[in-house]
Design a protein. Structure first.
Length: 562
């Protein structure tokens, strides 16, 4: 017997036999549902044989036969009623378990998130892609598809989505483009570090989405529920369907606040803050100004995260304020890093370590935040040092800046577009999907081994636009991405270590050393971050003006030309 758990209440299995009943009983099942019609296979026991053996073992049995590939809406309702009427846990079976899983998915659709249903089925080894539209439609067969069709559909209206829409439209104004995003507001997230240090006004980091969608591009204000790449379709909440000739996927990533026990309940109070949220960054500055003594924790979760330097940027700018106001000597600064290095590219570590020493900050590696007690002002970390048994330590704090765990959005992780760990699976050079040739991805959601930063998206957008435009024209890919990413590490107010690098940690400076030496703190880099980058973001990147962002070109013989 191969029982695969969906929930505590139900498991599914391929065809069982009367001889399996003893093991089913021992496993704790109290009821069986047969979803395979008698006579479907020559070697198949009848339901009556199964039922007799089950009753003899004190297990209830019910017959809800489903013809393969013909699960009706009423069948799902019947299955749902059986789950409420029968004693649990229940084992449902058919030939392979797929029909039973499909019935469960459809009957749970009205009360369970589609991503959770797909993920649960996938974990049990079943792909529900064939009924995803019905799941999105509350378990019912859609009566109309409501299809809208575009030459290019872009999922996500963040830095990557708006930029690639503008760059693509600048290349070809004759194609129809749609951007799908439910958000009303678009944020300049790189500015939130500066908000948390009292340098930027939070209002300057936000604009309405409608004001940024390029002219001539359709904005579909909806959330994506699922993908059907085999049908060139995106399914929206409410079961509306948008089809495409080419798809660009860039919805960003998910901040998984819920993954840390107690964190959601204490964010924005009890001294717990984060520059990863627009509404919390001002609270960071309030806490920094108010702290005169005690312990300040700054956490960093396992990689990957957006802007890998952001957790320590918050630490440096906070400690710089305490240094300038003369209270740093009374504050215990602790950096709690789930990883084993301060920064992933070694060339920038010496400059950063100078500031670690200046601020007398303690570096705690392999410390991953797993729980917060806001009222008690304690944080619990799982410590997984190499060669040692994992252990947990609880640390008291007066202020804590949290960088949340991060993952691909749920609707991406359970989709056919995802790799084994949930990121969109692309070629790291062309950013084209490895399986679906009419799909591309950029930004934080895809699996190329680059830093997840807005600066990376600024370079990726022209690459994707060039390659999509080339594909529309019937040409081979024309743009190549070298893994460029930039992390302006704000080590003190007025100085930045401008880390610029590509695949493999190769340094990719934008300026000569005499202008900005990226391995050292400079005032020029601070001016770039404070004065130049915001207008470049709003007025160049999002407008498709590819200043210092022209893609490297792939020649006919496959060579890359800068």
């Amino acid at each position: 017997m191969d029982a695969r758990k969906l929930t505590e209440a139900i498991s599914v299995a391929p065809q069982i036999t009367p001889e399996d009943i003893a093991a089913i009983k021992e496993a704790g099942f109290r009821a069986i549902i047969c979803n395979r019609p008698d006579g479907e296979g020559a070697d198949q026991p009848t339901f009556e044989e199964i039922e007799m053996a089950a009753r003899a073992a004190g297990i209830e049995a019910r017959y809800i036969p489903i013809v393969g590939g013909m699960v009706r809406d009423e069948d799902a309702r019947t299955f749902g009623r059986a789950l409420t009427e029968l004693p649990g846990p229940v084992l449902a079976y058919c030939r392979s378990g797929t029909r039973s899983t499909t019935l469960w998915a459809l009957c749970k659709a009205p009360e369970m998130d589609v991503s959770a249903i797909l993920a649960t089925a996938k974990a049990a080894g079943y792909d529900m892609g064939g009924v995803v539209r019905r799941i999105v439609n509350g378990g019912k067969t859609p009566t109309t598809t409501g299809d809208a069709k575009f030459d290019v559909v872009i999922v996500g209206g963040g830095a990557g989505g708006i930029s690639v829409a503008s760059s693509l439209r600048a290349r070809n104004r004759d194609i129809s483009i749609a951007v799908i995003d439910p958000a009303d507001i678009h944020y300049y997230q790189p500015g939130w570090t500066m908000v948390g240090a009292g340098i930027f006004d939070p209002a300057t980091t936000a604009r309405t989405m409608g004001s940024l969608i390029p002219r001539g591009v359709h904005w579909i204000k909806s959330a994506v529920a699922a993908f059907e790449p085999a049908n060139d379709a995106v399914i929206l909440d409410g079961c509306r369907v948008v089809t495409y000739d080419r798809l660009i996927v860039c919805p960003g990533l998910k901040l998984d606040w819920q993954k840390v026990e107690g964190l959601v309940d204490t964010l924005g109070k009890n001294g717990v803050t984060s520059n990863y949220r627009y509404d919390l960054a001002p609270y960071t500055w309030d806490l920094v100004q108010g702290l005169k003594s005690g312990r300040a924790l700054f956490t960093q979760p396992p990689m990957p995260i957006k802007c890998a330097g952001a957790p320590q940027k918050a630490m440096y700018l906070s400690a710089d304020h305490w240094f300038r106001t003369g209270v740093l000597k009374d504050i215990d600064v602790q950096f709690m890093n789930a990883g084993g290095v301060l920064f992933g590219v070694k060339d920038f570590v010496p400059a950063l370590m100078e500031y670690v020493r200046k601020y007398d900050a303690t570096l705690n590696y392999f410390h991953n935040l797993v729980a917060v007690d806001g009222a008690g002002k304690t944080a619990t970390f799982e410590v997984t040092e190499p060669g040692q048994e994992p252990r947990r330590v609880t640390v008291e704090y007066d202020m804590m800046h949290v960088c949340p765990p991060q993952t691909a959005p749920d609707f991406i992780r359970v989709s056919p577009l995802a790799d084994a760990v949930g990121w969109v699976d692309v070629d790291p050079s062309t950013l084209r999907h490895k399986t679906y040739e009419n799909i591309w991805s950029l930004g934080d959601v895809m699996n190329a081994p680059n830093a997840k930063t807005a600066a990376a998206a600024r370079i990726q957008a022209p690459v994707v636009a060039a390659n999509v435009a080339a594909d529309i024209a019937g040409h081979s890919p024309e743009g190549s991405y070298n893994g460029y990413g930039s992390c302006p590490l704000t080590v003190e107010r007025g100085k930045i270590v401008l880390a610029e690098f590509g695949y493999g940690g190769v340094l990719l400076p934008s300026f000569p050393k005499w202008v900005i030496d990226g391995t050292k703190p400079t005032r020029a880099a601070w001016w770039l971050k404070e004065q130049l980058l915001p207008p470049v973001y709003w007025s160049a990147m999002l407008k498709g003006r590819e200043w210092m962002a022209k893609p490297e070109r792939i020649t006919d013989d496959g060579a890359v030309v800068s």
